[in-house]
Design a protein around this ligand. Structure first.
Ligand code: GFB
Length: 313
């Protein structure tokens, strides 16, 4: 991408899209193209094609997606499969029709099998059945990967696919039902501290393992791969080390200075037991994550307190 390239970021107001915009601006890319949901409904194929025909972007970051944590995925399976399938289909097809030079598609680590060998390598895709709590979302993301690869094979397009691990960062969703675990626990500990509660409820057994990538690190990887990666095979983007949900909860409680009890509610789902990405392919390409988890949690806690927490009167 050179500085004059016209770059469309689909989903520019979301956690990932907004981080990509920050990173593009830092790299002095100024010919950026965005549309809000009101201006362009990405679920409408005719609107998406009209937009591409008029604007003719050179590069596309496909960060628009319906996302959420374990409760949200379980409660809205139809929304997750429909919205993700239709948005990625419309954008990938329009990118082919209107000659986009290169497109970057964002998948998810939940595309890998529920009982995948750890750490999960790119070649493990479709080697076993999926975790049921987010299967509709995972199937939509797998379809996006396969579309990119099929268009590359049939039409010679340059569509690449990244599989990020669990993400967190500024702009995260702190809603206690629909969010992911990290922002949810920040809010729970913060509010429990203010209310003087003796304990906080944490879903599941605390035993599942996850890794967490700061979203600005992901955005950096997106630019790096857009500029340097030309293969059709998917690439994992993670930090290469994980921790249990109990360890995560203890770390967040330390940052938020909550010293009450952590109560694990095993009637709530654990989801995938283990989810750690093998990042050796990305490391060999010359990229690695920078933000240590504890520092990232401190930053997102500051963000939460200054921007997202409900004022306490
Ligand atoms: O972050 P999370 O919702 O998503 O949950 P997944 C991770 C783990 O944290 C699960 C536990 O074992 C949860 O039971 N957990 C504990 C909590 N307390 C809480 C809480 O208060 N809120 C939440 N949300 N979890 C998602 C997928 O799976 O991973 C998405 O559902 C996506 O589709 C994303 O792929 C990357 O890691 O289980």
């Amino acid at each position: 991408m050179d500085k004059r390239s016209k770059i469309y970021v689909a989903g520019h107001r979301g956690l990932v899209g907004s981080a990509i915009v920050r990173r593009l601006k830092k790299a002095s890319h100024e010919n950026l193209l965005f549309r809000t949901r009101d201006e362009l409904d990405l679920t409408r194929q005719a609107s998406v094609e009209a937009f591409f025909e008029k604007e003719r972007p050179d590069y596309v970051f496909l960060a628009a997606a319906k996302v959420g944590g374990i409760w949200s995925n379980t409660s809205y399976p139809a929304d997750f499969i429909y919205q993700n399938l239709v948005v990625e289909t419309n954008i990938i097809h329009a990118a082919h029709l209107y000659g986009v030079k290169k497109l970057l598609f964002l998948g998810s680590s939940c595309i890998y099998p529920k009982h995948c060998p750890q750490p999960m390598k790119e070649e493990h895709l479709l080697s076993g059945y999926l975790e049921s709590s987010n299967e509709p979302y995972a199937v939509a993301k797998i379809a996006g990967i396969k579309m990119c690869q099929a268009y590359n094979r049939q039409y010679g397009t340059r569509f690449i696919s990244l599989m990020p691990t669990n993400l967190y960062g500024p702009g995260d969703n702190f809603d206690l039902e629909t969010s992911h675990v990290l922002p949810a626990l920040i809010r729970k500990f913060h509010e429990a501290g203010i209310a003087g509660h003796a304990s906080v409820e944490i879903w599941g057994t605390g035993k599942p393992r996850r890794e967490f990538l700061y979203v600005d690190d992901l955005a950096d990887a997106c630019l790096f791969l857009m500029n340097h990666y030309e293969e059709t095979e998917i690439v994992n983007v993670g930090v290469g080390k994980g921790l249990t949900i109990r360890e995560l909860a203890e770390m967040i409680a330390g940052v938020v200075r909550f010293d009450g009890e952590l109560r694990f509610d095993a009637t709530k789902p654990d989801g995938t037991p283990l989810k750690l990405l093998d990042v050796s392919k990305l490391t060999a390409l010359g990229w690695q994550a920078k933000m240590p988890l504890k520092d990232g949690i401190k930053r997102i806690y500051e963000y939460y307190v200054s921007k997202a927490a409900k004022p306490q009167f």
